[in-house]
Design a protein. Structure first.
Ligand code: 5GP
Ligand code: ZN
Length: 114
């Protein structure tokens, strides 16, 4: 997707602070962090929203969750705890239409979410 900001990050056309990368998944620091630690984990494949997931995409979602936990361990906030979030569509607060898992740590998180 040429007009997708996260596809451009995957392609290297927009710079990002990469945290983890393999053939299927990329993790990088959020441009506008909402917590002391804020990393985004994305599939390299363009998938617009959670509503667009197919059965063949299931493994990469599992890998994204494992990468999120590994990022938390590597950065030392796994044991204290953290929040993962995947926003979907307008009411969910999604602004970039390429699915991503937010990994937020380093401060207490409230519930219910805003
Ligand atoms: P959403 O609101 O879709 O759940 O989250 C999109 C996230 O992407 C936001 O937290 C926003 O700060 C981040 N973001 C948007 N554009 C860029 C960018 O060009 N680089 C990085 N690193 N993060 C971005
Ligand atoms: Zn994309």
């Amino acid at each position: 997707m040429t007009d997708c900001v996260f596809c451009k990050i995957v392609a290297g056309d927009i710079p990002a602070k990469t945290v983890f990368e393999d053939e299927e998944v990329l993790a990088f620091e959020d441009l506008s962090p909402q917590a002391p630690q804020h990393v985004l984990v994305i599939p390299k494949k363009h998938i617009a929203t959670l509503n667009d997931l197919t059965a063949e995409d299931a493994p990469v979602i599992g890998k994204m969750a494992r990468v999120a936990a590994q990022v938390a361990r590597d950065r030392g906030f796994a044991e204290d705890g953290y929040r993962t979030v995947m926003n979907c569509n307008q009411l969910g607060g999604q602004t970039v239409y390429h699915i991503h898992m937010h990994v937020l740590g380093g401060r207490g998180m409230s519930w219910p979410p805003g």
